[in-house]
Design a protein around this ligand. Structure first.
Ligand code: AMP
Ligand code: MG
Length: 487
């Protein structure tokens, strides 16, 4: 392979050089003529790329991993993971590559990573490929979460590879270029622990602290402080998902970051009607990753992280377990605080309203919403008008109108703040029927629906004239909705 000339942006090789035991140097499969299906120009600009260069032949070769800047060391990363509760000691990037790290305009470090770039030493039986549909789905969902202010990996570009991908049917192939604060996962620590090399585990933890939680370095117990910080970040993240009705779909420990960013959107979806047991993934037959289970699963995953880190917490195993258990126990309080504050904001509750009053009001509302199958996103946005005196739009969504009226009287007595509600409750989310519509059209070569959907969800709080249909629930004949893993 010819080594390419330098790209206009330098890529670091920090992970590859600091943690070579977790990094298999590798190259992307060659793609003859990659074509851009989506390019995130604002993100490209923040990362110091010239979008015009990314559109050029060299730029597209770079995004497909076929033009490697001098000094870069693309690697497949090793990790383990609990998948649906069962442990796999060796997963790793089977179809992905870390191209390297880059610094954004604010001086923050990010990974640039490819998905669908061909088989790697971790591919096992897989073909190393990705299909256009799931990669565009990841693009839409990640950009939506970002616009909603929720920590997430982001999508820089999706390229069509013109390579067929064989799944249940033959699908067009794609490569996704994505950006993350890092790709360190709970599963990365599980892998390092599994090697039995405690110095590697310590180096990995030091790397994580330096990249994400620099304050932990000066704590009395830096590794416990690291764990504490991850517990807090994940509790907050999952609360944010719950507040917007997001169901990740495959919360395996290899799909949970140390940074607290959302990652690996396979069979994810947003709630339409509020339903605590909603599951969208075709493979989650037991409902392990159902909407309401997400906080419990996150804490379970963090327990696996604690197990991996245990030797770094204390020399004595019992002491280590004691401090880990205590830190893990703080998840609930962090989660509740983030959830309650978020729900207070969704309801526009002034800060002098007592938390006990707020929680009772929230719990009762969710019961009514579930009973009436109320559209989650539509309801909270409509309720903003209620704070300004017009409860009709929200009221009309309930079957049991008397129950809503009684609830609304108590809520209105607290003098909710409609402006706060409008800043908190999105109008536009990637509704399942719109995502399917956009992906189907893209599969037929029409990118207009995708562009329209992206325009709506990347500006979620501001009403956009002419975009009314993006705010509406699915037509009655849509569903039940099933999504499929990105493989
Ligand atoms: P995911 O379900 O995307 O989180 O992936 C779980 C594991 O399977 C990871 O180790 C992936 O790298 C691997 N994997 C998923 N799809 C493929 C594929 N088509 N080829 C090779 N490895 C894959
Ligand atoms: Mg994954």
């Amino acid at each position: 392979m010819t080594l390419a000339p330098a790209s206009p942006v330098a890529l670091g090789a920090r992970f590859a050089s600091e943690l070579p035991e977790l990094a298999a140097p590798w190259r992307a499969a060659s793609v003859a003529d990659p074509q851009l299906l989506a390019l995130n120009e604002p993100l490209a600009g923040r990362l110091g790329f010239d979008p015009e260069w990314l559109r050029s032949v060299d730029g597209r070769r770079f995004l497909a991993g076929n033009l490697v800047p001098t000094g870069a060391t693309p690697v497949a990363q090793a990790y383990a993971g609990h998948q649906f509760g069962g442990f796999s000691p060796r997963l790793g990037d089977g179809r992905a590559l870390l191209l390297g790290e880059l610094v954004d305009v604010d001086g923050r470090l990010h990974d640039l990573h490819l998905k669908g770039s061909g088989r790697t030493p971790f591919a096992r039986g897989g073909d190393g490929l990705a299909a256009v549909g799931p990669m565009l789905r990841e693009y839409v969902i990640s950009e939506s979460l970002f616009a909603l202010g929720i920590p997430t990996t982001r999508s820089l570009a999706v390229l069509a590879t013109q390579t067929p991908v064989y799944r249940e049917t033959t699908l067009p192939g794609a490569v996704l270029a994505r950006v993350a604060r890092s790709h360190l996962r709970v599963g990365t620590f599980q892998f390092a622990r599994g090697t039995g090399d405690l110095e590697l585990l310590r180096r990995l933890a030091d790397h994580a602290i330096a990249r994400h939680y620099a304050d932990s370095a000066t704590a009395a117990q830096p590794y416990l402080a690291l764990f504490d910080a991850v517990v807090t970040a994940q509790a907050t993240l999952v609360a944010r998902w719950m507040l917007v009705g997001f169901v990740h779909g495959v919360m395996n420990t290899d799909n949970m970051t140390i940074s607290g960013e959302s990652i690996d959107f396979g069979p994810c979806a947003f709630l339409d009607a509020f339903d605590p047991v909603a599951v969208f993934s075709s493979i989650d037959t037991g409902g392990r990753y159902a909407y309401r289970n997400q906080p419990v699963v996150a804490q379970w995953n963090l327990a696996r992280l604690a197990e991996a880190l245990l030797p770094l917490f204390a020399d004595d195993q019992e002491d280590a377990v004691a401090v880990a258990t205590e830190a893990l126990g703080r998840f609930g309080a962090h989660y509740q605080a983030a959830w309650t504050q978020g729900m207070r904001d969704k309801l526009g509750l002034p800060s002098d309203v007592d938390d006990a009053v707020a929680v009772a009001l929230i719990d009762e509302l969710l019961d009514h919403m579930q009973q009436s199958g109320v559209d989650h996103t539509g309801f909270f946005r409509a309720l903003g008008a209620g704070a300004r005196g017009d409860t009709e739009p929200a009221r009309g969504l309930f079957l049991d109108i008397a129950a809503f009226d009684a609830w609304a009287d108590r809520w209105l007595a607290l003098q909710p703040d409609g402006d706060l509600m409008d800043r908190t409750n999105p109008i536009y989310i990637p509704r399942n029927h719109l995502v399917e519509e956009a992906l189907a059209a893209a599969g037929d070569g029409d990118l207009h629906p995708l562009d329209g959907l992206l325009r709506a969800v990347t500006s979620p709080y501001r009403p956009q004239p002419g975009m009314e249909r993006y705010a509406e629930p699915a037509p009655g004949d849509f569903g039940p909705y099933r999504t499929f893993c990105g493989t």
